[in-house]
Design a protein around this ligand. Structure first.
Ligand code: ADP
Length: 152
């Protein structure tokens, strides 16, 4: 069976932390789908099509990395698309506690799924999309925190 992973998230916007996790996971999986999860009740900061465009640009030279948009349960998306791994990044113990319950519940709902965690590299531990949004909102320069080629 092929090893196909989904990297689910909001990517609102993509940061160097996300980019690093995906690039490090490339040798582990035959295919990685970076999937933007959308929530009908919660509009994002950036339009979902813009987020998709940035992801496609960042990974344009990674032939095994694809970008998609989904709504609903991640495990349902996995079931429909024959995905057997969920990829997640771990920054802190708070991430771990949050991810542990989601991972365990996902496994209960869809037993074939395995969640694979990669530890963040230390310089990206403090980085998240909400900080990047704040920098942009208040006129700072987000360039050091977002992948090359992502322009606002
Ligand atoms: P969510 O809406 O699920 O929190 P995010 O877009 O914030 O989605 O994150 C998606 C994934 O990327 C999560 O697994 C998260 O832990 C990981 N991630 C986010 N920022 C970083 C970072 N700086 N280093 C490593 N992983 C990260």
């Amino acid at each position: 069976m092929k090893r196909i992973a989904v990297f689910p998230g909001s990517f609102d916007p993509i940061t160097r932390g996300h980019e690093s996790i995906v690039r490090r996971a490339v040798p582990l999986f035959e295919k990685i789908i970076v999937a933007i999860g959308v929530n009908a009740e919660k509009a994002g900061f950036f339009p979902v099509e813009k987020r998709r465009e940035w992801l496609e640009k960042v990974f344009e030279n990674e032939s095994t990395v694809h970008v998609d948009i989904y709504s609903g349960l991640t495990v349902e998306y996995c079931r429909k698309n024959e995905i057997n791994f969920i990829l997640r990044g771990l920054r802190t113990s708070a991430d771990f506690e949050f991810e542990r319950s989601i991972g365990q519940i996902n496994k209960k709902m869809f037993p074939p799924i395995e969640t694979v965690f990669l530890l963040t590299i230390p310089e990206y531990t403090a980085l998240n999309s909400s900080i990047v949004r704040d920098i942009i909102r208040y006129g700072g320069d987000p360039t050091p925190f977002v992948p090359e080629g992502v322009k606002f």
